[in-house]
Design a protein. Structure first.
Ligand code: FAD
Length: 341
């Protein structure tokens, strides 16, 4: 559907909140920082939207968004929204957008939002900026900094001639804002949904969580590559990770070799991560790996080849053998009692 509305009618900055086990996620809460900045400059309200099942308790997430500065919260509840289903989520949010006409809609770039935000854009005639970094306004138009051409260039991207202006914002682009102590006006919305709208059905949820830290949420990631020379040597990676309270990541070479699960793969065909510190151990730094981790705040690489491409993007590099350097590093960190960074 193309946009044929009146741009002037679209007001307000929305954050689409994800709720997990009754609590709003860190990625959603971070979005309140740009939402407040943009809304302040535009002189428009900040709203949050929560999609949930009829019986789900959303009170904690509503309170959190109120404290973080949302003036209004639309809690969209329906029996059919208890589990994510793309067509139902798209219709529920799309209908609300068409009724309320927000100017800006921000999603965290999670796997669920990446799946249905483009569908919402098509349904509403809005424009969507994917994989967005920092956001700003220029003459009232939303602009996002976005890596293009396999992240080799940064571009300013906008969707100027359409509304709402939507963006899927990468996790950890922003810090969560300080709490304003306020509370939001909560409006419960019942969407018009029927089971036949769904084109797929959830049959079973298989829990693969092994109790380890999730890559996407980790402040520190220790990743290993083919330089580890075998799956048994990943204990070096795991030990350093556990000393730092970090998550374990991997290059595709070792995932393809069956040394590590795909859930740990970082890169173009794996996960995009933006931790505070990223360790690359025995990873060459191919462009397909870099696109998943190059926006990490600090990159520390250990590789015995001084010409390895990873050193071009590393903040700190050690040219050396992982089997010599990593045990010493882990030992020193343990002795200094740096249990977490
Ligand atoms: P290698 O390139 O083999 O590098 C191993 C490194 O270890 C070398 O730099 C070597 O100097 C170093 N080394 C060896 N021994 C030691 C030692 N003892 N001590 C220290 N250093 C040592 N890759 C990804 O990672 N993620 C992706 O999502 C991804 N998607 C892809 C998608 C496509 C379409 C394609 C074509 C490729 C993709 N790749 C991806 C693969 C990518 O091109 C590389 O092949 C891969 O990243 C290489 O993994 P690696 O660095 O572990 O292995």
């Amino acid at each position: 559907m193309s946009f044929n509305g009146n741009i002037e009618e679209y007001k307000g900055v929305w954050v689409v909140a994800e709720v997990s086990e009754g609590r709003s996620t860190q990625t959603s809460e971070e979005l309140m920082t740009p939402a407040r900045q943009l809304a302040g400059e535009l002189g428009q309200p900040v709203c949050a939207v929560i999609l949930a099942g009829s019986g789900d308790d959303t009170s904690s997430a509503e309170a959190a968004f109120g404290r973080l500065g949302a003036e209004k919260i639309y809690t969209v509840k329906h029996d059919l929204l208890g589990q994510y289903q793309p067509q139902l989520y798209t219709k529920a949010l799309g209908d609300l957008i068409q009724q309320q006409k927000p100017n800006v809609v921000l999603f965290g770039a999670t796997s669920v939002a990446r799946d249905y935000a483009p569908r919402v854009a098509i349904r509403t005639g809005g424009g969507l900026i994917t994989n967005a970094g920092e956001l700003k306004l220029e003459n009232g138009i939303l602009k996002a900094i976005k890596g293009v051409l396999a992240e080799s260039l940064l571009a300013d991207v906008s969707v100027a001639n359409t509304r709402p202006q939507m963006a899927l914002v990468r996790g950890r682009t922003y810090e969560k804002p300080s709490e304003s102590g306020g509370s939001a006006n909560v409006e419960t919305v019942t969407p018009d949904l029927t089971p036949d709208l769904a084109k797929s059905k959830l049959l079973e949820v298989q829990q693969t969580d092994t109790g380890k830290k999730k890559l996407e949420d980790a402040e520190v990631i220790v990743s290993g590559g083919r330089g580890l020379q075998g799956p048994e040597n990943f204990k070096l990676v795991e030990e350093l990770a556990s000393t730092l309270g970090a998550a374990v990541g991997a290059s595709r070479a070792v995932v393809d070799a069956g040394w590590r699960p795909h859930a740990e793969q970082v890169g173009q065909t794996g996960k995009t991560v933006t931790p505070t510190v990223y360790f690359a151990l025995g990873i060459s730094g191919a462009i397909q790996h870099q696109v998943g981790m190059r926006t990490s705040r600090t990159i520390i690489a250990i590789n015995r080849d001084a010409e390895a491409p990873i050193f071009k993007i590393a903040d700190f590099g050690i040219v050396g053998d992982v089997f010599e350097v990593v045990p010493v590093l882990t030992q020193v960190l343990k002795e200094q009692n740096l249990a977490s960074v």
